[in-house]
Ligand binder design. Structure first.
Ligand code: SAH
Length: 238
């Protein structure tokens, strides 16, 4: 008798369970962000990527901030997350993600996990996200939070992200969410040809500049200034 081939049950792509709570506030936040982004000129050539807006509508930001800040979670503002660090302003998260042009097949590296919110946004757009956080308790909290909420394609590691994650590289996209004095060479090295990196570079006190690095097919890089921003500094492990 002929043996029947077992049916291959392919698991559905890991998707976090939808959160209905505060959906109306998220929707309003996404609208605000879309309006601001198109007014800023940073994405003047085209409207904010609808996939980025979809992720903003979906990821429950109120679950990424400390309980004391939860009431403010859907305002378009950065908020404290402890250890002197902050979760970035939603408009900035959206712009940086938009500039990255993440595709579903991409492997993305983030430096500065913080709350894990940006990683969650990326997780919805990419195949895989790796994120490094230098403050160990923040790394642990973000890792647990992302797992609890079902962002299964994100891996968090505590440590200094200056050197990137060479064992897992190269990456299609790299995002740095703390201001570096200059663009770290190891990160450029870990960017695939055709890759893009978005990184704030510090320009003196309280003034940073968001930069976009594009690596061409032949490996040469081009760096463009996008807009003035303010970030917490990229610190180094001693
Ligand atoms: N992306 C975060 C916001 C990050 S704030 C979010 O969505 O919540 C910047 C973070 O970068 C802080 O948590 C800070 O501790 C971390 N950081 C600073 N220097 C770093 C370094 N060298 N390597 C990794 N993380 C760093």
């Amino acid at each position: 008798m002929k043996r029947l081939l077992p049916l291959l049950l392919l698991p559905a792509a890991a998707q976090p369970a939808p959160v209905a709570e505060r959906a109306a506030e998220r929707e309003l936040m996404a609208l605000t962000v879309a309006n601001l982004a198109s007014a800023s000129g940073a994405s003047a050539k085209r409207a904010l990527d609808p996939r980025v807006l979809g992720a903003l509508r979906t990821v429950p930001r109120h679950l990424f901030v400390p309980p004391a800040a939860a009431a403010m979670a859907y305002r378009d503002t950065a908020l404290p997350i402890g250890h002197g660090q902050t979760i970035s302003q939603p408009t900035i998260v959206a712009l940086m993600t938009h500039l990255l042009e993440v595709e579903p097949s991409h492997r993305v590296l983030e430096i500065g996990t913080g709350s894990g919110y940006q990683a969650a946004i990326l997780s919805m757009l990419a195949a895989e996200v790796r994120s490094i956080e230098i403050v160990a308790p923040l790394a642990r909290e973000a890792e647990a939070r992302l797992a609890r909420l079902g962002y299964a394609n994100v891996t968090v590691r505590p440590g200094d992200g200056y050197g990137g994650w060479p064992e897992s590289g190269p990456f299609d996209r790299i995002i740095v969410t703390a201001a570096a004095p200059y663009i770290p060479k190891p990160l450029i090295a870990q960017l695939k040809p055709g890759g893009r990196m978005v990184i704030p570079v510090s320009r003196g006190r309280n003034a940073d500049e968001l930069m976009l690095v594009e690596k061409s097919r032949d490996g040469t890089t081009r760096t463009r200034r996008i807009l003035p921003v303010r970030f917490v500094p990229l610190t180094r492990e001693r």
